[in-house]
Design a protein around this ligand. Structure first.
Ligand code: S3P
Length: 432
């Protein structure tokens, strides 16, 4: 098996086998973006270890270099970032497919006295940006973009900001983070009041870099100030481990261990959901996830659950399709604004495997107990749809499945296909 499977347009996977073995997943993507951005803002030299090697994070790395920040590879998965930002970016910032990259970077650009232009690929340019342009304008930045600031490319003239109190309409860590990053250079306190609490990486890492952050329930308060360099060790990405968890649960005889995962707030709620479904799954305090094949039952997922599993819904929906009973997911309208419309693309994927799924405006209803059959799936440019389809193909379907748009997986998980073959003994090959 070669590394080249990362970049094929179409992947053919022949199962059905159980997932068995011990794995490591890439460095956490959310933490990796923030490690680069905060190191770039900070005074001094920071060493980052365990960075995600996916394309999304590589785009953030190249973007911070445009500000005159030196990033040096130290070998293995370590690099040195020498901040602070020296000047406005000397070229357009291309964030590829990365929503986190562009939205957090917009917050950084709003705080800089200078002009920045931010863009991304065809999928990213279709994702809503008003959620960040509105608060950044309120803080005093001049922000323009297609459709009056609704879509990238975005043009930002930053500097001279004032702190605001902002209550985003969506429960979104990206929006919260964009506002907080801008708030670092604003006059006065910046406050974000969340609808439902979301992942806290920005708050945790801002503190690590010397900022003053206070959290009171769903409210976050930031005082402006300079950051100081610090070293960051990026733990494994729980969202990527979720694929292996479901692979282990749904393949008969499955038994998987994933080491060194982030165990902090708001990222591993899929473990509780799979437990509620009857899964034999444990995430230890040391970050080791252990999962064994189990008979699953349906679950109800509502709005308050969503922020903690916002990236895991496609693979949880696959678990629901093989579970006993009917699973109802609601309050998940935000999924329509992800790398793809994930309600539509998840439903289409499961239907391609013969499951019965009804889409609702803000979720879906999945009839469990399906005996999945081989099918052809389109990722719609969405890495998580492609990886979920590959798990289904390897562990729950007899015969050969075809996944179009496999190359999207390189945005977050180079070597996924290689690991899938290793732990499931499924066959994976370029297809057409
Ligand atoms: C992320 C927040 C989430 C998540 C994304 C990563 C982050 O997006 O879906 O993959 O790193 O802040 P939203 O903030 O849009 O929910």
């Amino acid at each position: 098996m070669t590394h080249d499977l990362d970049v094929v347009r179409t992947l053919r996977v022949t199962g059905a086998a159980a997932a068995r073995g011990s794995l490591r997943v890439p460095g956490d993507k959310s933490i990796s973006h923030r490690a680069l951005l905060l190191s770039a803002l900070a005074h001094g030299s920071s060493v980052v270890t365990g960075l995600s090697l996916g394309q999304d994070v590589q785009h953030t790395r190249r973007a911070v270099e445009r500000f005159g920040v030196r990033v040096t590879d130290l070998g293995g998965d370590r690099l040195r970032v020498e901040g602070p930002i020296r000047h406005e970016p000397d070229d357009v910032l291309d964030h590829g497919n990365a929503g986190t990259g562009i939205r957090l970077m917009a917050g950084v650009c709003a705080g800089i006295d200078g002009l920045s232009v931010l863009t991304g690929d065809q999928y990213l340019r279709r994702r809503p940006m008003e959620r960040i342009t509105v608060p950044l304008r309120r803080m005093g930045a001049v922000v323009e973009g297609r459709q009056r600031g609704g879509y990238a490319p975005l043009v930002i003239r930053g500097g001279g900001l004032r702190g605001i109190t902002y209550a985003p309409e969506q429960a979104s860590a990206q929006v919260k983070s964009a506002v907080l990053l801008a708030g670092l250079s604003a006059r006065g306190t910046t406050t974000v009041e969340e609808l439902h609490p979301t992942r806290r990486h920005t708050e945790e890492m801002l503190v690590q870099f010397g900022a003053q952050v206070d959290i009171d329930g769903t409210r976050v308060f930031l005082q402006p100030g300079e950051l100081r360099a610090t070293d960051v060790s990026v733990p494994g990405d729980p969202s990527q481990a979720a694929f292996w968890a479901v692979a282990a649960l749904i393949g008969s005889g499955g038994d998987v261990t994933v080491d060194d995962l982030y165990t902090g707030y708001g990222r591993a709620d899929f473990v509780q959901i799979l437990e509620r479904m009857g899964g034999d799954i444990v995430l230890g305090p040391d970050g080791t996830l252990t999962v064994r094949a189990s008979r699953l039952r349906a679950v109800e997922i509502t709005a308050a659950d969503i922020p903690g599993i916002v990236d895991e819904v496609p693979v949880l929906a696959l678990a629901a399709a093989v579970a006993e009973g009917t699973t109802v997911i609601s309050g998940a309208a935000e999924l329509r604004a992800k790398e793809s419309d994930r309600i539509a693309s998840t439903a289409a994927m499961l239907r391609a495997f013969g499951a019965s799924v009804t889409e609702t405006e803000d979720g879906m209803v999945i009839e469990g107990g399906a005996r999945l059959r081989a099918g052809r799936v389109d990722s719609h440019g969405d890495h998580r749809i492609a990886m979920t389809a590959a798990v289904a193909a390897a562990c729950a379907v007899e015969g050969t499945c075809v996944i179009d748009g496999w190359d999207s997986v390189a945005t977050s998980y180079p070597r996924f296909a290689e690991q899938l073959v290793r732990v499931t003994a499924a066959r994976a090959e370029p297809g057409e």
